[in-house]
Design a protein around this ligand. Sequence first.
Ligand SMILES: Nc1ncnc2c1ncn2[C@@H]1O[C@H](COP(=O)(O)OP(=O)(O)OP(=O)(O)O)[C@@H](O)[C@H]1O
Length: 501
Amino acid sequence: MGSNMGLERPLMVRVLDSLPSEAARTAAVVEKLPAHCAEPVLYNAPQDCLKDLAGKNTDILVLDLEALGEDSALEPFAVRCPSTVIIAVSAKGSVSRAVSAMRSGAHDFLTKPFSLDALAKKVMFQLDQRKGGRDWRAPLVASEIVTVSKDTPPMSGIQTGKHRTSDCDSSSLNFDSLIGKSEIMRQVFDQILKMAPSQAPVFITGESGTGKELCATAIHANSVRSDQSFVTINCAAIPRDLIESEIFGYNRGAFTGATETRAGAAEQADGGTLFLDEIGEMDLLLQSKLLRFLQTGTFQRLGDTQTRKVDARIICATNRNPLEEISAGRFREDLYYRLHVLPIQLPALRDRREDVMLLAQTFLARYAREEVRQFKGFDADAEACLLSYGWPGNVRQLENTIRQIVVMNDGPAVSLDMLPLVIRDPAGRAANVVDLSRERARAAAPPRAFASIEPLWAQERRIIEDALAAFDGNIAMAAAALEISPSTIYRKRQSWEAKTL
Ligand SMILES: Nc1ncnc2c1ncn2[C@@H]1O[C@H](COP(=O)(O)OP(=O)(O)OP(=O)(O)O)[C@@H](O)[C@H]1O
């Protein structure tokens, strides 16, 4: 055994299996882990194991599904120790079994009999995900292209280096990053599993912050392309006149500022997946170029005469209603029908309230660990408030709220007074906003001459800049407080720059 993985204490492994000999065999995994491990603790009865999870350290939990009875009996284990790596094992392995175990909170699944090396590999993968590295959940900076390939660190939720077969290796399904146990999310997981092996385009819709990007990464992670690149282009975060060069690349000298030749996202995604986020922001001319690319698989870099061909699976997402966009003439109907082959609609958080506390607990455990706080859960009043709030900013708003609470407070439980006012008293806040704008209106010059009225964009700019100042420039936090998406802030900033040039 080697280093202790950066922890100050040995890793604690607990194993539940109704057969003591099997539990002992599984527990021997500690010999395979490159970390200092304490003596593993073995259980034959679920209630004994559950009792210990309440107050004792647990880093790795291996649960035999037969010892649990029903797969859903795994849920209380996941809720009790949200930061523990949970691996479900079963002698009756199947895709649906693996999916159901992971829906209930397991991080991975193995069919018995399994080798200790296979178990150790899965445990190490999960521990690595928890060891920091790039915080892939942080919002992308404007015009950033995120590439996940064999050569770059994988985002959580993506297993690189694996080649899945289209009939799905049940031990490799991965929804680690996309959390939900509600019926509506179960249907989404089923859709992802069925759509992942296909080569057809996927069209994801849903309000801002519902997890469209996570959904796209899960489709890629569970596809045969998972060991190839996953390339994201956020059409809202890139100035319109640069999107084409970001997607298709350019030759040196193609336009002012093109000082070198660059491959675009389409080429980088060759063999893998190209994710076009916020596709509703793309202008009509570029839409026709994208359509041609989808029809032929060919394109030209800007300033280049050579026609190139790539094989990239397309996933796109929008928080707009595509049919309304088509009727308004902002989205090409033919492009829509090319892209809208496998549709997924992500539900708003208010439509899956069963998931609110599961998500809140997960974020609390994540940020308490990151910020070194003691938080273990929520008191009853805080929980009731989180459950009754409408979450217009969806999971992003919930995640940012929990992060804010953890940064600003400490204690064993989150209490009502730690919640931001907007969550505790949404109606009151709304009233304040009205009062504030009235105050501003009153403060304006008395004769309401045309010139004295501040343009809407300038008012918007002031409000957004106030929010950014309140959160020290943190765009994600400001966006959550304003109940808009971070990309809206990026987009607005670009339009202000254009106005003040
Ligand atoms: N089901 C989920 N489980 C865990 N985290 C989630 C889930 N859905 C969303 N999140 C988190 O919420 C944030 C927003 O998710 P994501 O960027 O995927 O949403 P989106 O729908 O693409 O938003 P937008 O339309 O504004 O781009 C991310 O930090 C993500 O980790």
